[in-house]
Design a protein around this ligand. Structure first.
Ligand code: NDP
Length: 330
């Protein structure tokens, strides 16, 4: 039977103006794909906020259902790898950009995009982690692959109060790293310490150009900011330090010099969660299900409904949110 579901739908008029509305839709309207999923939870990430507000050209075709991730249960499937009743997660693959996304009661996608929900996680917990936590895990794994261990030295995390940042602080701390959390919001100091930050750094100290080489302070870095902040982090890395770059909350540019690369041998590793190979996704979700402290995770979460998402998107971009925004569907 063709089920009805609620969805946030973004349309663009002939003048280029975007509008978002909560609509009732029929299952038959869903795009092509071999698996239909009843979505239980989705989330609001930085990219979703850019898409919903139209502040950046995230959406490649209209009308679009936003939402770059979801967790839910398979209802129909034409692929032998999955069966109705299987519990699944999706992160990225252009969801909410080129393919209808997770801010809806149902989704239809290719089977290859889905990973199984780890048995120890509920769909809500999986989305409390969401694309932010999965990206934080990919960043930690990149540090590890490049030789950074807890004993190598402290790790700096920028945008620490945000989704990726707060999960990165929690994961690094659980693994035994000393974590220096950079934030523009000192009001979150006590909370960041409760997640495991051993030092709090004022973001304002990172926003002006510094010398090509600054004091050697960190063995590793997880940067969510980009711009001058990423450049200044690179300048302050210890010899052989490793920096991962996943975000652009401070900007797209990278006004750095080659000095720390050629005089200290530091490395800069890009993190792409969207088209990340399946083996790494499976490893990241396995590690997350083992590592995440459910009590601390709950301290990161604010739960909202589908109809709250447009206002929450504006709050997120204006820096008024903390941790993770989980969207309960239905
Ligand atoms: P959030 O909005 O949850 O967090 C961003 C954080 O950055 C804020 O909480 C704030 O932390 C800090 N921040 C905000 N404005 C600025 C600014 N102007 N300069 C410096 N820091 C700022 O976003 P997410 O955690 O969801 O995403 C973070 C970044 O990572 C985004 O750019 C996002 O697009 C990117 N991303 C990339 C992925 C990938 O695959 N490469 C996947 C997921 C996210 P505080 O107040 O503590 O300083």
């Amino acid at each position: 039977m063709d089920a009805d579901f609620s969805a946030l739908v973004i349309e663009r008029d002939e003048t280029g103006r975007q509008e978002i509305a909560l609509r009732q839709m029929a299952e038959s309207a869903l795009p092509g794909g071999d698996v239909t999923v009843r979505v239980e939870y989705s989330t609001l990430n930085y990219k979703d906020a850019l898409a919903i507000t139209g502040q950046a050209p995230v959406i490649r075709q209209f009308p679009m259902i936003p939402g770059i991730d979801f967790a839910g249960t398979v209802t129909r499937c034409d692929d032998p790898a999955l069966s109705p009743g299987d519990r699944v997660i999706l992160n990225g693959w252009g969801l909410g950009e080129k393919h209808w996304g997770g801010l809806a009661g149902m989704a239809r996608v290719p089977a290859a995009w889905l990973v199984p929900l780890p048995e120890t996680l509920s769909s809500r917990q999986a989305m409390a982690i969401g694309t932010a936590g999965y990206t934080a895990m990919l960043s930690v794994m990149a540090l590890e692959r490049n030789g950074i261990q807890p004993e190598t030295g402290p790790v700096i995390v920028s945008g620490a109060s945000g989704g990726v940042g707060s999960l990165a602080v929690m994961l690094l701390s659980r693994l035994g790293y000393r974590v220096e959390a950079m934030t523009g919001r000192p009001a979150h100091t006590a909370w960041l310490r409760s997640l495991g930050a051993t030092a709090i750094l004022d973001r304002a100290l990172f926003t002006s150009p510094c010398k090509p080489l600054a004091r050697e302070q960190w063995a590793g870095a997880i940067d969510t900011a980009g711009g001058q902040i990423l450049a200044n982090i690179c300048a302050g890395m210890a010899a052989r330090g490793v920096v991962t770059a996943c975000g652009l909350a401070a900007g797209m540019e990278f006004p750095a010099t080659v000095a720390p690369f050629i005089l200290r041998g530091i490395s800069l590793i890009g993190i792409d969660s969207v088209y990340c190979p399946r083996a790494l996704r499976l490893e990241a979700w396995k590690r997350l299900s083992d590592l995440v402290d459910q009590g601390l995770l709950e301290s990161l979460v604010q739960e909202i409904g589908l109809s709250d998402a447009p206002a929450a998107a504006r709050d997120l971009l204006e820096g008024r949110c903390r941790g993770r925004l989980v969207v309960a569907i239905g």
